[in-house]
Write a protein that binds this ligand. Sequence first.
Ligand code: ATP
Length: 419
Amino acid sequence: MFTCAPVLSSILADSAHVVPPGTTVGVSGCRPEPYYPTMTTPQQGTLTFDIAVLPGDGIGVDVTREAVRVLEALPFDGVKFAFHEFSVGAGEYQRSGNPLPADALDACARADAVLLGAMGLPTVRWPDGKEMTPQLDLREKFELYCGLRPIRLYHGHDTPLKRYGRSGGFPAAECAESGSDLKAGRLESRPSETIDFVIVRESTEGLFSARLSRSDPAKGEACDVMRITRSGAERVCRAAFQQAMKRRKHCTLVDKANVLPSMVFFRSVFDSVAKEFPEVKTDRVYVDAAALYLVQRPHTFDVLVTENMFGDILSDLAAGLVGGMGMAPSADIGDGCAVFQPSHGSAPDIAGKGIANPIATILSAALMLEWLDHPETVKAAQRIHRAVEGVLANPADRTPDLGGTLTTTQMADKIIKAL
Ligand code: ATP
């Protein structure tokens, strides 16, 4: 059950989570050490994690409710969660004129983690015609530079690719071509029929940095700038390599270095960060080719790192490989704050129908548990993954986006039962 937003000072009274500026951290993992020991409530010997919950708009409200139910159903020993809900997004703009009120922003800054549904509605716009995107404001304000988009196929039933997730596999020889190891599929260290990779999307600059600029129609042209800074590129590449070190030690840079000077620069930064991680095998792929390879042979990818806009596009494509937006979790991680949300938006076409797939948000909550990095929360995250896998093992248990008939709540009930 949600705790309705109380006064901020009381919300955060027992949380001592303060991250010193400039702290260097890993990813998921991308957080300071030591961390949770400062949060012990001495009287109870219990750690309380304060979670700011921002359901937002459209299906964000439904799926966030279910993710919180899952978190509340998990057994924890010596750990508890305090959920503090805030109204944000297009609906809040209609109510108060501000889609991201200061109290919500303040709570996000001080909470241990933020769980977000989805924000924005196509029918609610700023006077200049743009949609509300407070989630982008959050990324930029808190420098949530590392957009982590794990893509995993839980069951062959849910992919449009005929040779994945089913018995028989996808022999590496079939995708052999001349050229790089990636092209030949030789980098695969897991069974070839699996899809299991992470897109690391730079989330504070790149082509999105132009989003607040104004164009003058009278000039007869409009222009967006792809902004890549050395520090921005370095930190996201480093985060990607840290991910690779925890996974199959393979990192692919996705760029457009054959055309854009900004991408030549991005590649040079990637190359120099790569030297810090000699164990990690690297590839460099142009974004157009990456789109092709992701469809043809997704099993050859482990970690992909790219700029903001390319990451935005490729993560929707990648979600499509494993069942669609309802199956794609994400985390936006900075050095002092982290926001966990599904990759999807508010999906106005299905809002209010109770049929949204809650799995992306439930898996985002699992990412949050991993990031909190307490033995109990890490164990709980694994429990969620196993429960989702267990439920999806039966092809009849699906929401309508995956061809089934379960409602949002029925799907969450099944996952809770399987925990
Ligand atoms: P945004 O730009 O805000 O990310 P979007 O325009 O990409 O949003 P989404 O809201 O992500 O659009 O929806 C894209 C499509 O995916 C829609 O058809 C929507 O109904 C579907 N969809 C998104 N999320 C879910 C979900 N959780 N369950 C079922 N279908 C979903």
